[in-house]
Design a protein around this ligand. Structure first.
Ligand SMILES: NC(=O)c1ccc[n+]([C@@H]2O[C@H](COP(=O)([O-])OP(=O)(O)OC[C@H]3O[C@@H](n4cnc5c(N)ncnc54)[C@H](O)[C@@H]3O)[C@@H](O)[C@H]2O)c1
Length: 247
């Protein structure tokens, strides 16, 4: 399907976390299509190398960095490496986050899910941002409504939206901030869900009757980062087939 370039300057740099799989992987591939150079970060190396190879085959420039985004020492090194290899980082996609099924203690989860986004955003802001800088975070409909049985997942995704609102109000002189709230999205962590009984029941309540693709979310996030969205700041955009309005 043909698509606009969203007004990005060719060669601009975007840092994407959780880039080895699912939504983050599509963010990398679509960012490259839009002419961006990518710093792709993830916990797992194999997936990163795979997406980077695919992006390079398509003519893109991608550097990879293996790190836990909640490890401040590791992320500091990642910013140094990105600046040295790619130069100033105009865009940040805070996408990494554990599955709601992960067996995490509440306080650890808050530190990992929202503490890491704050630390990444502050470290990015401290690099000296070019004009037109923007950040997007991957939240969830579990943050504006209620998702799975996992208390920390809903709490951390809601906190993420509060943090984005704070940034939009107080940091707009340096960068815009927005978030996307995906509904059920067909990524490896939800493999087989659409065919399960609970998945079928959930989809029956979705006006569009299907899960989101990772592309559906990636395009929305890239639009919010892009110059076309230069007056959009503090938006929490559900990309959920209309599920939120039916709740
Ligand atoms: N899939 C869905 O239905 C759905 C719905 C709403 C929100 N989300 C959110 O979307 C984001 C991406 O999820 P996905 O569905 O693409 O999942 P995914 O499991 O396919 O990919 C997530 C990637 O993030 C990486 N990651 C996780 N924790 C990390 C950390 N601490 N440091 C660095 N990398 C880390 C993983 O290694 C993995 O490669 C998450 O924030 C998730 O909460 C997903």
């Amino acid at each position: 399907m043909p698509h606009p370039d969203f007004g990005f300057d060719r060669g601009d740099v975007v840092l994407i976390t959780g880039a080895a799989s699912g939504i983050g992987r599509q963010l990398v591939l679509r960012a490259v299509e839009l002419g961006l150079r990518v710093s792709a970060w993830d916990l797992t190396e194999a997936g990163l190398l795979d997406v980077a190879a695919q992006a390079r085959d398509a003519g893109g420039e991608v550097m990879t960095y293996v790190a836990d985004v909640s490890d401040h020492a590791a992320t500091a090194v990642g910013f140094e490496r990105t600046l040295a290899e790619l130069g100033p980082i105009r865009y940040l996609a805070n996408n990494a986050g554990p599955s709601s099924a992960a067996p995490l203690e509440f306080e650890d989860a808050i530190r990992i899910c929202i503490g890491s986004v704050r630390a990444m955003t502050e470290a990015w802001a401290a690099t000296g941002l070019p004009e037109g800088a923007a950040m997007v975070a991957t939240s969830s409909v579990a943050g504006n409504r209620i998702g799975t049985e996992s208390d920390w997942y809903s709490a951390s995704k809601a906190a993420l939206m509060g943090y984005v609102r704070h940034l939009a109000a107080h940091r707009a002189a340096s960068f815009r901030s927005n978030a996307v709230a995906p509904g059920m999205t067909d990524t490896p962590r939800l493999a087989g869900f659409a065919g399960s009984e609970i998945g079928q029941r959930a989809l029956a309540r979705n006006p569009l009757g299907r899960m989101a693709t990772a592309d559906d979310i990636a395009w929305a996030e890239l639009f919010l980062l892009s110059p076309l969205a230069s007056y959009i700041n503090g938006v929490l955009l559900p990309v959920d087939g209309g599920w939120t309005v039916t709740q």
